[in-house]
Design a protein around this ligand. Structure first.
Ligand code: BTN
Length: 206
């Protein structure tokens, strides 16, 4: 696996856990307590992983990358769309870096990632306004699951890197690559806000 490091201090702020309820929940709590931007939480298992629209997100032990990253920025209405684009485009970049073929990877707007036409990853952005606003970007990527690991109703909609014949990546190795992509895209969001939307459109079914 190619290693790629940004200059950021975000690598020093990665925290690995065996089991948490939800990496988003833990990071929301840490954010309220003052953790710095770029803090991330990665867990082998989530016992109450959450998806969009209050759906549960199945996060079995060691089966995927379950991670959340903290950003501190003003939360205006217009930024919400950019933040979910930021999450999915950063993951898309990271997967291209580890040589997942671009032809098989597509963003399904607004922020699902499809591999060979099935959902392989999702993003859950949660924000808090007020005097110290912040956003938590939650990323869930299926890696090791077989068909049988998904509930029946998801089997023809969900996939994993392994089902798609990709290498069985270690989430611990993948996490810093995703962090680097997110760091770089986040810098770009400030310096050239239109660029993210353009990449997102190119990688999307629109
Ligand atoms: C979706 O519904 O597509 C979004 C799924 C987001 C799942 C991730 S896993 C890490 C983080 N912690 C959570 O509880 N959810 C997000």
């Amino acid at each position: 696996m190619r290693t790629f490091r940004s200059d950021s201090q975000w690598h020093e702020r990665i925290h690995f856990f065996q089991s948490v309820t939800s990496t988003n929940d833990l990071l929301l709590e840490w954010a309220e307590g003052g953790s710095p931007e770029g803090t991330s939480v990665i867990a082998k298992e989530q016992t109450s992983g959450r998806g969009q629209f209050h759906r549960p997100w199945l996060s079995l032990f060691g089966m995927g990358l379950w991670m959340s990253v903290l950003l501190r920025l003003p939360i205006e209405n217009e930024i919400i769309k950019s933040l979910s684009q930021l999450g999915v485009v950063s993951l898309y970049d990271a997967l291209l870096k580890v040589k997942i073929p671009p032809a098989s990877l597509k963003i399904k707007p607004p922020n699902d990632l499809l591999l060979d036409g099935k959902k392989v990853a999702g993003i859950l952005v949660e924000t808090r306004r007020g005097s110290a606003p912040f956003a938590v970007i939650g990323i869930g990527l299926n890696i090791h699951q077989t068909h049988e690991d998904f509930p029946l109703e998801l089997r023809n909609k969900a996939t994993s890197l392994v089902i798609a014949g990709m290498p069985p990546f270690d989430p611990k190795q993948l996490a810093p690559i995703v962090i680097d992509s997110l760091y770089l895209r986040y810098q770009e969001l400030h310096s050239n806000p239109g660029a993210l939307d353009e990449v997102w459109r190119k990688a999307s079914f629109l």
